[in-house]
Design a protein around this ligand. Sequence first.
Ligand code: 16G
Length: 241
Amino acid sequence: MLIDKNSPLPIYHQIEEYIKDRIEKGELKPGNVLPSEREYSQLFQVSRMTIRQAINKLVNDGYLYRKKGSGTFVAEKKFEQALQGLTSFTEDMKARGLTPSSKLLHFEIIPASPQVAATLQVAENTPVYEMKRIRLADEIPMALETCYISANLVKGLTEEIVSHSIYRYIEEKLQLEIGEATQIIESSLANETETELLKIKKGSPILLIERCTFLTNGTPFEIVRSSYRADRYKFISHLKR
Ligand code: 16G
């Protein structure tokens, strides 16, 4: 039996679990079209309203997505990003067996604004690198990063270097030790720039992450504001009491 009508679990929830299970087992693959509400309502012998309720929940949770006029499809699996461990985008993607790359949109040395100067603990107008990069995994845009880095600390950055791993340059070439970071995560909806650069629909969910990273000696060296595709990412943390 696919669902148990006598179970205390609501029927829509059982149907939701059934569809999730088929996705997890790979019987329904990313990009596959989902059977219609009518087919499911015949299969489970329940109303189309109940099926719609289950499907709506799965759309909201990012397992499925709708395309106007063509139906409901199985979404790509979300990346699970651990919230412990201070890693770089390059390391994160490589650990998943994906090829990281960056598209550099902007790179300039500017005088630090009062806000950037305060966070980086430098005097106002001290030179800082300002850059914007699209971060891609296997050529798919994952995040948009705007970054401010102390130019007097992280010396010699070039367009070529920041098109690859900045952390690697800092550690291997400059022999500076990256120590810790504080991060704030907020939810948001894609604005026009994010829509265009991340190739997502206007109003898609976005996870905004602001990171301030410190060397082991306690000196802050970067402020990064990233917009991550919330349809492709989920963040996981391990809590211990
Ligand atoms: C990650 C960091 C970012 C850092 C970058 C370095 C988050 C939210 N952000 O994207 O702060 O600048 O890695 O990556 O994790 P890279 O060494 O590949 O240039």
